[in-house]
Design a protein around this ligand. Structure first.
Ligand code: ATR
Length: 273
């Protein structure tokens, strides 16, 4: 029987994970079975117990179970601990190992796939929710000259700085500080695009930018990307590469082999129009 893996979430109907891991397994010659599990609220531990006892080797975790997975784990990586959320589990005997690959997926997409360096550059992150929190450690590891987190609720941005400030130079502020400031990489980690909204960011922040990155995936040219495009930013990206890269990190962790992500990114790309 092939080794069993799955993604658990609710809703789960639109998940791309079985397609992605199926493509990875085929290209790497790995005999695995990857399913989608509709999780039931309040029954995460029960459902995962039963997946493990039927031979499950690992799980991807999506909303709303990332905190349940954090609590369920027996061992948590630094990335999972800092993010306060888990997007990947690996089962080894009675050990339940927890990871969060979202941030490293983002960082690898920017530096490797898009070819934009963050080392010694000015990076602006919009938003201070779960998505921003998960992204900070891998960005700091790139050693930007400046990392600024802005949020409408400034206290939330300050709390993030408290959590990661010992790992590198990072500042928190409200959107009002942005006029007159310039950045090389601007990342939209707010949830505004999910509802067609735009964070209150002035177009001037893009004047010297190489890259505007929208964490949301598959929304086309969001108001954020449109603003960046109008301001003359040459490289626009959404989260498709991050999605593929975090999956590749999970596959590597589970199977010991890193799949190439290009075919997955090509297949899942939604044009930015
Ligand atoms: P996620 O897990 O996707 O990060 P979240 O934890 O609910 O979701 O956080 C949502 C983030 O998007 C927050 O930083 C929120 O800003 P506030 O904390 O100030 O509310 C931000 N956000 C949502 N809609 C926004 C908008 N229209 N403009 C600016 N920021 C927005």
């Amino acid at each position: 029987m092939p080794d069993q893996y799955a993604v658990i979430g609710n809703p789960i109907g639109h998940t791309k994970s079985p397609l992605i891991h199926g493509m990875f397994a085929e290209s790497c010659g790995q005999d695995i079975h990857y399913a989608a599990i509709e999780g039931q609220l309040g029954k995460f531990a029960q459902q995962v117990d039963s997946f493990r006892s039927s031979g499950g080797r690992g799980l991807n975790i999506t909303a709303p179970f990332k905190l349940d997975a954090f609590a369920y784990a027996t061992h948590r990586s630094e990335a999972a601990t800092l993010a306060g959320a888990v997007n990947c589990l690996k089962f080894e005997g009675s050990d339940i190992l927890a990871e969060n690959f979202d941030g490293v997926g983002l960082s690898r997409d920017i530096t490797h796939n898009l070819g934009v360096s963050m080392q010694g550059r000015r990076v602006l992150v919009l938003g201070a929710g779960g998505a921003a929190r998960g992204a900070l450690l891998p960005i700091l590891r790139q050693q930007p000259s400046r990392l600024l987190i802005v949020n409408r609720d400034v206290a939330k941005a300050e709390a993030l700085v408290q959590a990661v400030g010992h790992l590198g130079q990072v500042e928190a502020a409200g959107y009002d500080v942005l006029s007159g400031l310039h950045f090389d990489v601007v990342i939209n980690a707010t949830s505004a695009s999910l509802t067609g909204g735009l964070p209150p960011v002035p177009a001037s922040v893009f004047a010297q930018a190489d890259l505007a990155y929208e964490l949301a995936y598959g929304k086309g040219l969001t108001p954020f990307l449109q603003l960046a495009s109008q301001a003359g930013v040459r490289r626009l990206a959404d989260g498709v590469g991050m999605l593929a890269e975090q999956a590749a990190e999970a596959f590597l962790w589970w199977r010991g082999i890193r799949p190439d992500t290009r075919a997955v990114i090509d297949k899942l790309t939604v044009p930015l129009t």
